[in-house]
Design a protein around this ligand. Structure first.
Ligand SMILES: O=C(O)CCC(=O)C(=O)O
Length: 255
C-alpha cells in the first residue's frame, strides 16, 4: 500500500494505492457478478444510467431517502472493511456499500458525496446542507457520515474534483485497486465526477485508457432522509464563509 496525499491540493483527499491485491480484486468482482444488478431500467433505482448494487441499506434515488435496512454488509467485503477500520479511514464502520459499474460511455455527473439527491426531471438539481454545523442551523441532516471511500476495481479512472464555488478543479488519478478517501473539504466543499470517456486525459496530462470499471463506495448512513432544503444558494453560502464546513452543492447521479 502507498498513500498518495493530495491535501496540498484539496484538504481531506488521499488515495491509497494497492489497497486490495489482484486476488482480492478477482474475488470482489466474482462476488458482485454473481449478484443481481439494478439500474438501466431494473428496480430498485431503475432510472440510473449505469448498473449498481447496494448492500447494508437501500437508498432510493427517486425518493431521495433510505428505504430499507438490508442488514450487515456482505461477507465478501468483510476483510476490506476490516482493513478500512484498521487504517482508521472512517470514524465508524460503513453500513452502506454502493457498487457502481461503468462501461463504455458511462460516468458520473458532478455531485457532492454528502448527499445522493436526485430529481428525475433534471440532470443536476439539488443541493443540501452538508456539515454538522449547518445541519443544526437548517435542521437538515445529511445522509452520510464524514468520510466516503471508493475502491476502484478492474480499471483506473480520473476523478475530477471541482470546488462548489467553481473556482478550483483538480483531476486525481484513481489507479486500479486503489481506494480514494474523501473527507473534510474534499467531502464537503468539492463535487466529484467521472467522465464517460474511454480515453481520459487529466488536466496535468495523465492519460488513462478506461476499461470496465467497478467501484465499491463505502459510506455510513447517519440519517434516512435528507432535508428538502435544496441549498441552491450554496455558492453564496460558501463565498460568505469559505472556511466553515457548511457548503452545499448541486448533485446529480443520473449518468
Ligand atoms: O465510482 C466511484 O468511484 C464514485 C461513485 C460515487 O461517487 C457515487 O456513487 O456517489
Amino acid at each position: 500500500m502507498r498513500v498518495v496525499d493530495y491535501s496540498d491540493k484539496i484538504q481531506g483527499l488521499s488515495v491509497i494505492e494497492e489497497f486490495v491485491t489482484e486476488q482480492e480484486e478477482t474475488s470482489l468482482i466474482d462476488a458482485v457478478d454473481k449478484e443481481t444488478w439494478c439500474g438501466l431500467g431494473i428496480s430498485p433505482n431503475p432510472e440510473l444510467k449505469r448498473r449498481t448494487q447496494q448492500y447494508g441499506h437501500l437508498f432510493s434515488y427517486r425518493y431521495r431517502k433510505v428505504l430499507q435496512e438490508y442488514g450487515p454488509l456482505p461477507a465478501f467485503v468483510e476483510s476490506t472493511v476490516a482493513r478500512i477500520m484498521e487504517h482508521k479511514l472512517m470514524p465508524q464502520p460503513p453500513n452502506h456499500l454502493l457498487i457502481n459499474e461503468y462501461n463504455a460511455g458511462q460516468g458520473i455527473m458532478p455531485h457532492v458525496g454528502s448527499y445522493l439527491s436526485l430529481s428525475l426531471s433534471m440532470l443536476s438539481v439539488s443541493a443540501v446542507p452538508n456539515s454538522f454545523i449547518f445541519m443544526a442551523i437548517a435542521d437538515a441532516p445529511t445522509l452520510f457520515g464524514p468520510a466516503i471511500l471508493s475502491l476502484s476495481l478492474l480499471s483506473a479512472c480520473i476523478m475530477r474534483f471541482s470546488s462548489i464555488d467553481g473556482d478550483h478543479t483538480v483531476d486525481v488519478l484513481l489507479p486500479r485497486r486503489s481506494i480514494v478517501v474523501l473527507s473534510g473539504a474534499a467531502r464537503y466543499q468539492y463535487k466529484h465526477s467521472i467522465s464517460k470517456d474511454l480515453i481520459e486525459t487529466s488536466s496535468d496530462g495523465v492519460t488513462v485508457q478506461r476499461d470496465r470499471r467497478v467501484s465499491y463506495t463505502f459510506r455510513t448512513i447517519i440519517a434516512w432522509e435528507a432535508s428538502d432544503d435544496c441549498g441552491c444558494d450554496a455558492k453564496a453560502r460558501s463565498k460568505a464563509d469559505p472556511t466553515a464546513p457548511r457548503a452545499a452543492a448541486c448533485s446529480s447521479q443520473m449518468t
